[in-house]
Design a protein around this ligand. Structure first.
Ligand SMILES: Cc1cc2nc3c(=O)[nH]c(=O)nc-3n(C[C@H](O)[C@H](O)[C@H](O)COP(=O)(O)OP(=O)(O)OC[C@H]3O[C@@H](n4cnc5c(N)ncnc54)[C@H](O)[C@@H]3O)c2cc1C
Length: 419
């Protein structure tokens, strides 16, 4: 396949805009370098996973070997201890090589990122803290042992957008919970060992505050994966439908204490923009491909096209968008904190929107600028173009929802209403 140019291009990551090498911590530099060691092989395999719409199992074997299934597991639990910002940088680099791997890797890592420091910062009873420590010891241990977690959130209605409680129900029973319901677009379906399910506790008049976060073993009785998977893009995510029918899970399956999810979600809004790295990585990959292609450096079409003013204009426009997206991305991912200011919260929506929309625009521009031969399936560009269309659809922060919240948030102060 035609990923050879990457061997050169991946060496100059800091020079070609992704990261300011000077600003990276040693840990970040090392983790990114580790991704670069494996990345070209992922870029090669991406053709097959895309064609088959199959899960990138070999890439996950690599991630396992790299210790990356424990990327966001805190060091005190034996993991690599990547914080939010570090995670976003590493994930963007994974996406640079394979979008589907990064998209699914986000789901895995959310199970660690959301349940560590964010939960510790909440006002918990001693009993809840002890329970949380016991449970995550188990689940982090699983991740470190190479088990894959996913994060089925979407239910096909307004729940994932925060409009009403999740339709999947957790009913307390002796020694644990009974799970019943359905999740759509469950990335890693059939590949994950545990599904980190957002569901609602079975109480009278449930509200969003009754949300539970529960790890359901894929092998548990009553779990099934149904439906086809033949989408436009991000085909390697294998996001089929999950059904839960009277699935028993023990108490230790709780990834967060009762009532904590809603508090964490409102105090840590940045936790919902962890797919942004995936799409900025894809945008960078499309841009780098275009530069290599126009310079005549992509095997198969070694014809220089860089001397034409229209190509120069096109690549300059792509670069400007990419720079804008990276600038916002680096600022916003550095602003992750508990209870960010109103300005920081709104900027996070602007960042998610910008990256998701610009990714699609940059990939579309890349197809036009490079021209007809570049969109053949022997090149990665047409896959990036298709993958890029998915970013704006990702709940809970779709492009439309970002615009909705920004529009309202910019014109109204908190709790302000019209008479
Ligand atoms: C490749 C891929 C992988 C995915 N993986 C996962 C996964 O692992 N886990 C997971 O949980 N989900 C996953 N999703 C699902 C994704 O997050 C969305 O839930 C899904 O795309 C929504 O599809 P829908 O047709 O139900 O959209 P709808 O919910 O009908 O929404 C359609 C559009 O309407 C808008 N909208 C919806 N509600 C509101 C509102 N209240 N206010 C304003 N606008 C609104 C949004 O812009 C949305 O895009 C994945 C999606 C894709 C494409």
């Amino acid at each position: 396949m035609n990923s050879d140019y990457l061997k050169e291009y991946s060496k100059s990551a800091d020079a070609n805009t992704m990261f300011d090498a000077e600003a990276l911590t040693e840990q970040q530099r090392e983790l990114i370098a580790k991704v670069d060691e494996y990345g070209v092989a992922w870029a090669e395999r991406a053709f097959k996973y895309d064609r088959e719409a199959s899960f990138p199992t070999e890439n996950y074997d690599d991630l396992k070997e790299m210790g990356f299934l424990g990327l966001c597991v805190p060091e005190r639990f034996g993991g690599l201890g990547a914080d939010y910002r570090t995670y976003t940088l590493v994930a963007s680099r994974i996406a640079y090589y394979c979008g589907s791997t990064a998209n699914t890797f986000n789901m895995h890592n959310a199970n660690a990122l959301w349940t560590a420091d964010m939960v510790d910062a909440m006002n918990l009873t001693d009993e809840q803290r002890a329970q949380q420590d016991r449970n995550r010891q188990i689940h982090y241990g699983n991740m470190l042992a190479g088990k894959i977690y996913s994060q089925p959130f979407s239910a096909g209605g307004g729940a994932a957008a925060g409009k009403h409680p999740f339709g999947t129900i957790a009913t307390p029973t002796e020694g644990g919970w009974l799970i019943n319901g359905k999740k759509i677009f469950a990335s890693l379906s059939g590949a994950a060992d545990y599904y980190g399910v957002l569901c609602t506790e079975d109480v009278e008049n449930p509200s969003y505050a009754d949300t539970m976060f529960i790890a359901v073993p894929a092998e548990a009785e009553g779990v099934s994966v149904v439906g086809d998977w033949d989408p436009l893009g991000m085909r390697g995510t294998v996001s089929r439908t999950l059904l839960f029918k009277d699935v028993f899970v023990p108490e230790t399956s709780q990834l967060m204490p009762r009532g904590v999810y809603i508090k964490a979600a409102s105090q840590y809004p940045h936790m919902f923009m962890t797919l942004t790295p995936c799409y900025i990585g894809v945008a960078q990959a499309a841009y780098d491909f275009s530069v290599a292609y126009l310079r005549g450096e992509v095997a198969g079409v070694n014809v220089k096209r860089r001397m034409y003013p229209t190509k120069q204009f096109g690549i300059a426009e792509m670069y400007i968008k990419l720079q804008q997206a990276w600038a916002l991305f680096h600022r916003v991912t550095s602003e992750f904190k508990r209870s960010p200011s109103r300005a920081e919260r709104l900027r996070a929506y602007a960042c998610q929107y910008t990256v998701m929309e610009y990714c699609a625009e940059i990939c579309a521009a890349a197809v036009r600028v490079c021209g007809g031969q570049a969109m053949l399936k022997t090149f990665p560009l047409e896959r990036m173009y298709r993958d890029s269309r998915c970013g704006a659809l990702m709940l809970p922060w779709t492009s439309e929802i970002c615009i909705d919240r920004l529009g309202h948030g910019l014109l109204y102060n908190e709790n302000e209403r019209d008479d």
